[in-house]
Each structure stands twice: as C-alpha cells, then as structure tokens.
Design a protein around this ligand. Structure first.
Ligand code: F6P
Length: 550
C-alpha cells in the first residue's frame, strides 16, 4: 500500500503473476515461438485505420498478453482513459483536465470542462486559423510595405515547436512549395540568425508560439526577431501587427509583447504543450499544407482516439503497445525504446516522440507522491532507416542491451518523388523487412559454420536474435496517417503512465534548470553572485568569463 491506501503496482497479484510468468518464459527464443505457432505472423497483428500493426516479433505468448491485460484492468487504465475523455481533471498536480482529444473532436461533439462544452471554441479557433491560412496562401496577407507574406517563421520551443516542425517535414510533399517555412527554438542566437539571414523582412511573418507566453527562449527570440524586423524595415511599432501573430493561452502577455489580440490564436490550459500541435500551435503547419489537409490530419487523430476509447482490450493497439513497454521495462530491464522510421520525411518524428514520451513519463514518484519501485518511461531514440543501419544498429544486433524497437514503413513512396527515384522505394522497404527479420531470428553458429566461416570468426558472425520489434506499415504517408500515428503514441504513453500510476501530464522536472539559469546569467554578465555557486560551477563560470575577456 502507498500512503493513500492504494495497492502499489508491485504488490498487486497481477504484477506477481507477470513476475512468475517471466521466470517461466526464461530465454524462450522467437524462433521457438514462431515454430510453435506457424500462424503467428498473421495472428499477432492489428488493424487500426490505415495502420497495419504486427506485434508477432515480441517476446510474448498469448498468456503474456492475457496477464498484461489483467494488469491494465487491475490498475484502472480504462477508467482513467474514460475520465480523460470526459474532461475530468486527471492532471492532478496542476489540477487540469487533459483534453487534447477535444482538439480533434467533430463539430457536434459535446465535451465539458467545468460544465462548459469546449468543442464550439475548438472549432471557432480552427475556423479562424483556416481563414488566416487561406489569406496567407492566397498572397492576401500583406506586410508593412504592402508586399505579400511568403516566409513563415515559427518561434517556439518544446511542444510549441516540435509538433509543427516535425509535421512540416513529414508532410513536405503536401506543402505549398512557394512558401518558405522555418522553425526557431533555440535561445542560441545562431538559430534565429540562420532562419532569417536570407529572408526579406517585408515578406516575413513571425508566429510566436507559446502556451504560457513566458518561456524565456521564445520571448527572447521573439524580441530579437521584432528588433531585426523593425530595424531592417526602418519601421516603428505599428509594423508589428502585420508581421507577428501569437499562439497562446495568455492574452495579457501577448498584449504586453505588442501583438494585437485580434492576431492571437487561442488554446486552453487543458491542452498540454506536448499534446498541442493540433491546436492553434499548428498554425504554421496549416499555412504550409492548407486547412483541408490539416483537417484530414485531425480526422486521423480522431479515428485513433475512437479506437482507443472503444476497442476491446484484445484489439486495442495503444493498450497493447503500452503494455509491451511495461513488460520490457520492468521484466527485461530494457532502458530504452528505439523508434526507427523507414521514411526520410519522418526525420523529426522520433525527436517529437522524445518529448511526448520522456516529458510525460520521466517521473519517479507516483500520483500520490510516493517513490515508484518500478521502471517508468524509457529513453526514446532513433533516426530514419536506412541511415541508422550504418551507424548504431550494430549495437541493437550484437550488443548486450535489450532495446525494443518500432519499425514504421509505407507501401508507397510519397506522391511527388521524381519518377526515377520511385524505384528506390522497394530497396528501402527490403531493408525495412530484413532488419526486423534479422533482429528476431538472428543467425545461429551452425548457420555461420555452414557458410564456411573459420571457427575463430564464428562467435563474431553469430547473431543471437530475439530482439523484439513492432512493425507498423501503412499504405502511404498522408496527413491522416500522420494523425493516426501520433495519436497511437499519445495513447500508448497514456497507458503506461496509468499502469505506473504517475501523472503523465505535468513536467515539474524542467523547472529547476530554468530557475538556476536565471541565477547564473547575472554571474556571467556582471560577475556578481558567483560566491553562491558550488565550486565546479563557479570554476566553469570563471573560465567562461575569462575566455570572453571579462
Ligand atoms: O520544457 C517545458 C515546457 O513547459 C514544455 O512542456 C512546453 O512544451 C515548452 O516548455 C514550451 O512552453 P510554452 O509553450 O509555454 O512556451
């Protein structure tokens, strides 16, 4: 029991049953599991919308899956899910509802927070975004000098950057290629410098994206962007209205910055930053791909929301993927989870998932504030194949670590590849299928010897296999499929947080660094207050100051 009388996860009978099952499972090999059940490759699959999900290459049997579902039932995953969809304040440490699902709910849905239906406001903002995006795309939004805006620079960080930046890359082939769209996040001035150095300020629109409108990186970059623009245009404050819009929940701070609230696109405190890119935070993306495509993407999210909310446990993909992560994290001591997309357009996908997963589930106390005694969120990492194959896959194949991995691929290449390049897609996908096959089944010493390999090299050329993977295959990478994929991961993360009994929707862990940076800055610039620093930081700060000639 924890202090609040809730049975701790590792004291439940379901956890104990999984522990016993793990012992019995031992080092059962995927070769054996496939030999025992020849239909495993078709039986252990799920279909959700356009996503074909193959989980046959996991270290599980039907019994494992049953025990994991029992654990989900015992830990109240479905109840918490229903509470989330109902708009209850399940983010208890911030006393907030968690309603990113309302952002993609249909117009006639009714979802209440504090007795008020939030869906009309969601659609009002989407409509306002669409009208604005259409004006920009039609060349009707003109800047201070009367030139149409052609360059869009989104300034934001974390959830106010990663979502639209990732989705812009993913959906590049759906974007208006006559627009230049860039994303600035880092407080390192190099980021803004590189983003604007070749742009005509008269044709540039800055979108300042910040839920709180207090994030130091974003406000600093936005202030520098404003200085650049006004200096280059030799204009006064009146030019700001034509070149800056804000995406925020904080109208007062937006006004303080000098942006007219008529040019503000609103969202709400029940949208977490890392769950926000289908809110107003997606404005840059909507301008790039157009409102219709953006709505297709929202429909993709909604499809998976409905699947998660209604599908029975046996067929519920986010539930299954979440539970597999619980299985490996605690019972196989897996520390990380690789996401390996076989699509160049998904180059920022894993970086996006890092915030989604690690900021949500990187917690070490439970909802009641007691220390957890089990693994929580994994380190999420990965880059697109095939590049990774020539870099770090060696460690996944022959290293000593358990690294469950997701492989994501598409049957058809994106629509506007040069014709000569379309043939390359089969080679890409041959690698995609080969990798999960090699990881699962490996190569035995006998197989290596049969190839005439000298005995002393046999251990080096042997692949133990038994590395678990999920394969997600879709027809093609469309806005809807992107929405489906993101919602799948959002709900997977939710499931894990629910089982682990942690608050997946706060992020107190980022605060300390922010506070300390504020204290250190005057030490760097003015040289005062250094005596309060620890000896390591004090020496580093002093070295920095002397290198800067201070
Ligand atoms: O890094 C912490 C964090 O609060 C994230 O959760 C959030 O996405 C990011 O900062 C940006 O916050 P804001 O949108 O308020 O500028």
């Amino acid at each position: 029991m924890n202090a609040q009388g809730r049975t701790k996860l590792n004291q439940t009978p379901e956890w104990a049953a999984l522990g016993k099952h793990r012992e019995e499972f031992g080092d059962t090999h995927l070769r054996r599991l496939f030999a025992d059940a020849p239909d495993r490759g078709t039986a252990y699959t799920l279909r959700v919308g356009d996503l074909h999900i193959d989980y046959s290459k996991h270290l599980v049997t039907g019994e494992t899956l049953r025990l994991l579902r029992d654990l989900a039932a015992a830990t109240g995953v479905a109840e918490l899910r229903d509470a989330m969809f109902r708009g209850e304040k399940i983010n208890t440490t911030e006393d907030r509802a968690v309603l990113h699902t309302a952002l993609r709910a249909p117009r006639d849905a009714v979802i209440e927070v504090d007795g008020e239906n939030v869906v009309p406001a969601v659609h009002a903002v989407l409509d306002k975004m669409a009208a604005f995006a259409d004006r920009v795309r039609a060349g009707e939004w003109t800047g201070h000098t009367g030139k149409p805006v052609k360059n869009i620079v989104n300034i934001g960080i974390g959830g106010s950057d990663l979502g639209p930046a990732m989705a812009y890359e993913v959906l590049r082939s759906f974007t208006d290629r006559s627009l230049t769209v860039r994303f600035v996040s880092n407080v390192d001035g190099a980021d803004l410098h590189e983003a604007v150095r070749d742009l005509d300020p008269a044709e540039t629109l800055f979108i300042v994206a910040s839920k709180t409108f207090t994030t130091i990186e974003t406000i600093t970059n936005a202030t520098s962007a404003r200085d650049w623009l006004l200096t280059e245009l030799r204009a006064g404050q009146e030019a700001v209205a034509k070149h800056f819009v804000a995406l925020s929940t904080n109208a007062d701070k937006v006004t303080d910055f000098g942006i007219d609230t008529a040019n503000m696109f609103e969202f709400w405190d029940w949208v977490g930053g890392r769950y926000s890119y289908d809110s107003a935070i997606g404005l840059s993306l909507m301008i790039a791909i157009g409102p219709e495509r953006f709505r297709e993407m929202l429909d993709g999210f909604h499809l998976v929301d409905e699947h998660f909310r209604t599908a029975p446990a046996e067929e519920n993909a986010p539930l299954l993927l979440g539970l597999l992560g619980v299985w490996y994290g605690h019972f196989f001591d897996a520390q990380s989870h690789a996401v390996l997309p076989y699509s160049h357009y998904l180059s920022k996908f894993t970086a996006y998932l890092q915030q989604l997963d690690m900021e949500s589930n990187g917690k070490s106390v439970d909802r009641q504030g007691d220390p957890v005694e089990w693994q929580t969120g994994p380190v999420v990492w990965g880059t697109p194949g095939t590049n990774g194959q020539h870099a770090y896959y060696q460690l996944i194949h022959q290293g000593t670590k358990v690294i469950p991995a997701d492989f994501i691929g598409f049957a058809a290449p994106v629509q506007d590849l040069l014709p000569g390049l379309i043939a390359q897609h089969d080679l890409l996908m041959a690698n995609f299928f080969a990798q999960t096959q090699a990881l699962a089944f490996g190569k035995t010493p006998e197989e290596v010897r049969a190839e005439g390999v000298p005995e002393e090299l046999v251990p080096h050329k042997t692949f133990l296999g038994n590395h678990p993977t999920t394969t997600i295959l879709a027809d093609r990478l469309t806005p809807s499929v992107l929405g489906q994929l993101i919602a799948l991961y959002e709900h997977k993360v939710f499931v894990q947080g629910a089982v682990w009994n942690i608050d997946s929707f706060d992020q107190w862990g980022v605060e300390l660094g922010k506070v300390l940076a504020k204290k250190i800055e005057p030490v760097l610039t003015e040289g005062t207050g250094g005596e309060q620093l620890d000896s390591s930081t004090a020496a580093l700060v002093s070295a920095y100051r002397s290198l800067r000639g201070r």
